[in-house]
Design a protein around this ligand. Structure first.
Ligand code: F6P
Length: 288
């Protein structure tokens, strides 16, 4: 693992595959694990990867421990997943850059960020970047309310605005016509929905303000990790090694406050960790 600290991505070439959906997938995993004479598996990932790990442990007593890694930060039982801080950093930097051009051309800039069905990246980068409206799945304000906030701001003499929208935000009655593709885990491919594009059109139609959209997409998952993510991943790695050494399989390293603890994989994957209203209220204080 020497030399990995400044690198992102998957180093040993694994994929996000669901063996439970493949014919004899689980049997092949078990057989391969035996034939390679492995002692333990450390599963590093989000709800899908860790969901598979949890089932392998529960149904096959598989010697696996988990490490929470996803830019979405949507795993319950841990305060933060690693990868999230880096994605927020990238999105914030993009918002900063978009401010420059929004202001120069008196435009509304819509920024679509990832996050699946939770708005963690949108809320955090939106607060950090000083967004004028943030739209997330958990606390959906309507397109009309968003337009009202923008009008209020422009009436105050501001002639540009930044709107951050999470890919999982639903346009409600304006959503008609959205076609959904699903992945191996049955998740809708939200980036294909194009919420940012459709929102930008609606804002321009309803307010008359010239509007442009930037979809950050997979840029948020690349590049070198922030110091905070490097440190978190290092601490999680040590915890995972301890869990393996102690034979405490079926557990996941987790962050609670400033401490690294362990929780069961079953608990960690039981439900999504959504953005609590308090966080959205912090962001909302600056809308319009
Ligand atoms: O779970 C991480 C994530 O980047 C989500 O934010 C996004 O919806 C999804 O993965 C994109 O998946 P894919 O790389 O398969 O397009």
């Amino acid at each position: 693992m020497s030399g990995l600290l400044p690198r992102g991505g998957t180093i040993i070439g694994t994929t996000r595959t669901n063996p439970f959906r493949l014919e004899e997938g689980v049997e092949r995993v078990l057989e391969h694990f035996r034939s390679e004479d492995l002692d333990a598996l450390v599963a590093i990932g989000g709800e899908d990867t860790l969901g598979v790990a949890a089932r392998l442990h529960a149904e096959h007593d598989f010697p696996v421990v988990g490490v929470p890694k996803t830019i979405d930060n949507d795993l319950s039982a841990t305060d933060y997943t690693f990868g999230f801080d880096t994605a927020v950093f990238i999105a914030t930097e993009a918002i900063d850059r978009l401010h420059t051009t929004a202001e120069s051309h008196n435009r509304v800039m819509v920024v679509e960020v990832m996050g699946r069905h939770t708005g963690w990246i949108a809320v955090m980068s939106g607060i950090a970047g000083g967004a004028d409206v943030i739209l997330i799945p958990e606390q959906p304000i309507s397109v009309d309310e968003c337009c009202d906030d923008l009008r209020r701001r422009h009436d105050r003499g501001k002639d540009f605005s930044i709107v951050v929208v999470s890919e999982g935000y639903e346009l409600g009655e304006d959503d008609a016509g959205a076609e959904d593709e699903v992945d191996q885990f049955g998740h809708v491919r939200l980036s294909a929905r194009g919420v940012g594009d459709r929102l930008a059109k609606l804002i321009e139609e309803r307010t008359g303000y010239e509007t442009r959209v930037t979809v950050l997409g997979h840029v948020q998952r690349g590049g070198t990790p922030t110091p905070r993510d490097r440190i978190l991943a290092t601490r999680y790695g040590l915890k995972a090694a301890d869990l393996v050494q102690e034979g405490r399989f079926g557990q996941m390293a987790a962050l609670r406050g400033d401490s690294i603890v362990d929780v069961s994989l079953a608990e960690a994957t039981a439900e999504l960790k959504t953005v609590p209203p308090e966080w959205f209220h912090v962001a909302k204080a600056f809308f319009g």
